[in-house]
Design a binder for this molecule. Structure first.
Ligand SMILES: [Zn+2]
Length: 120
């Protein structure tokens, strides 16, 4: 089974389990602040309603035709960002902007992104 980086899986379960901490943790919150869906919406506004409804039959959110933007099959990260995150927070996190298809350079540090394969 392949993992999708584009589309949140199990979001209903996550919201159900975490909403006891704050009412702000709803599906829209996770869509807007923890996925690349805001970027997708900017380029594909007609999918907005589908994304916010329960229509999860979309498999390739960034492209729908052959030769569209190639979906990344690994998680990407910037070593410099990771070093700073470790210094500041004591832990690293995945930067969602680094996961966008076609993005292979950290815009902050101007370096090539490294990748971590998970669908091997
Ligand atoms: Zn960076």
């Amino acid at each position: 089974m392949k993992t999708s980086f584009e589309f949140p899986i199990g979001l209903e379960y996550l919201v159900k389990e975490i909403k006891i901490f704050s009412p702000m943790y709803n599906k829209k919150y996770f869509f807007d602040y923890h996925t690349n869906i805001p970027v997708i919406k900017a380029f594909r506004p007609k999918w907005k309603d589908d994304l916010e409804s329960k229509n999860y039959k979309i498999h390739n959110l960034f492209g729908s035709k052959i030769n569209d933007v190639k979906v990344k099959e690994s998680l990407y990260y910037c070593s410099e960002c990771l070093r700073e995150q470790l210094e500041i927070n004591g832990e690293g996190y995945w930067n969602r902007l680094h996961q966008i298809p076609g993005v292979y350079i950290c815009t902050i540090h101007q370096v090539l992104l490294d990748y971590y394969s998970i669908n091997t």
